[in-house]
Write a protein that binds this ligand. Structure first.
Ligand code: SF4
Length: 440
């Protein structure tokens, strides 16, 4: 159970030595109760108190790693119920479901490999494959799982209630850290033993939220720390209710048995999008077409971006088409929406160009100008950093029309001729075809 700030305070040294960075032990205790600091920040806490306070210092929801290397995914670790309170940290991991009885496995693998997309400068797509043991044949399950792992490089969810089949698959895949699904009331001891033997995450599945919590407690007490919960709800409205309740218990009541990420299963886009919003850590989908997956990963991107941080482009010199030293040079800020508004308009002009993207902390042109994050000195700095003088010979730079006021200072600072471009990106094609052709 969660400890209050006063409960924690009673177990601290009470010397107010400030080594933890807080002015008093009481301030530290209150911060620890609110999960805003860690117990390890107090070097003087006794071993006895450490054990007592351990639950207060643990995060309310564990972060679980599935897979290994570049393709590993982290789920859970959330600290708020609503995105606007802070942010969500670990996007729902989407796993495409495949049967070990799949007749055309190669075609399926090729389709999955195409489920990766570029959105606002980021690569997004499916994260895992969930292999279902529908043949009831351990060798077949193991060989299909191995092939999927090798050919896609994606982490796996091994779906079988048969510990023999899971064990067979793990003989080849234990180093890949798959998620075992699932431990239930009948097989929990064998599944727990496998999770411990291979040190991999285990999904527990009770008949309802209470049974799942009891099973999670049992498995955790047996030594498995990486747990995912299946609350066994398959109806969307019941799932939303149970998922919300589990999240509330974990975050607000610090109820450890439910302090793990949840797994959900979706047959269609409606179910899948509902679970992405509330509150699946792992989502197994019966879908593998681009038109089904793209909306899901786009929704996920919207839900899991930090509302306090704009999506940014890497500040650098971008080439659009195949520009040369006589091609126009335009400048803008690194707000991704600005970039993806400006760059297609340059492409529309059919005139290859350079686009200098300056670091303006992800703000749009006018906002950055007002905040003094996009001015003559900053443009000059990025011109130097990107060595743009080595790319173009004409020494002319086109600035957005909204910041025409910086043109004089930019000319003085850089010695380049400053051309004032259109205010709106939609005016770029006409501008390049007329004004640039005459003055460039
Ligand atoms: S370091 Fe420990 S003893 Fe010192 S003020 Fe912080 S909580 Fe108190």
């Amino acid at each position: 159970m969660a400890l209050s700030g006063l409960d924690i305070y009673k177990n601290l040294p009470k010397t107010n030595c400030k080594k933890c960075g807080f002015p008093t032990c009481l301030a530290f205790a209150m911060a620890l109760a609110g999960k805003k600091t860690e117990l390890s920040k107090c070097p003087d806490v006794s071993e006895q108190a450490k054990q007592l306070l351990e639950s207060a210092s643990l995060p309310p929801m564990a972060t679980i790693t599935i897979g290994e290397g570049d393709r590993k995914v982290e789920v859970g670790g959330e600290t708020v119920l609503f995105r606007h309170e802070k942010t969500f940290f670990h996007p729902t991991a989407i796993a495409v479901s495949i049967s070990d009885n799949e007749q055309n496995l190669s075609a399926k693998i090729e389709r999955i490999k195409k489920l990766n997309f570029e959105r606002v400068g980021m690569m997004v797509g499916v994260d895992m494959i969930a292999v279902k043991n529908e043949t009831n044949n351990a060798e077949k399950f193991a060989s299909v799982s191995k092939e999927l792992s090798e050919k896609t490089g994606l982490p796996l969810v091994l779906i079988s209630e048969n510990p023999v089949a899971i064990d067979e698959a793990l003989k080849n895949l234990s180093q890949k850290r798959p998620l075992i699904y699932c431990a239930n009331e009948k097989n929990s001891e064998q599944m727990t033993a496998l999770a411990k033997k291979y040190n991999i995450p285990l999904c527990v599945c009770g008949k309802n939220i209470e049974e799942t919590a009891a099973l999670s407690q049992k498995v955790s007490s047996a030594g498995v720390k990486d747990i995912v919960l299946d609350l066994s709800c398959r109806d969307v409205s019941k799932c939303v209710q149970d998922f919300t309740q589990a999240r509330r218990f974990a975050l607000k009541k610090n109820f450890r048995p439910l302090g793990y990420p949840l797994i959900a299963f979706a047959n269609d886009a409606f179910e899948a999008s509902t679970y992405i919003v509330k509150y699946a850590g792992v989502l197994v989908v019966e879908m593998d077409k681009v038109e089904e997956i793209l909306p899901l990963v786009t929704l996920r991107l919207n839900i899991y971006t930090d509302p306090q941080k704009p999506i940014m482009m890497e500040p650098k010199l971008y080439s659009i088409g195949t520009p040369d030293d006589k091609s126009p040079l335009l400048v803008t800020t690194n707000f991704s929406l600005t970039f993806f508004t400006v760059s297609p308009e340059i492409e529309n002009s059919k005139i290859p160009a350079w686009l200098l993207v300056c670091d303006a902390e992800g703000m749009s042109v006018l906002t950055a100008w007002a905040a003094d994050k996009f001015n003559a000195e900053i443009v000059d700095t990025w011109m130097k950093k990107t060595e743009v003088a080595n790319k173009v010979s004409h020494k002319k730079i086109i600035i957005p029309g909204y910041v025409s006021v910086m043109s004089g200072k930019l000319e003085d600072t850089t010695g380049w001729q400053v051309l004032v471009g259109p205010k709106e990106a939609s005016g770029i094609p006409k501008y390049l075809k007329t004004v640039w052709k005459q003055n460039g």
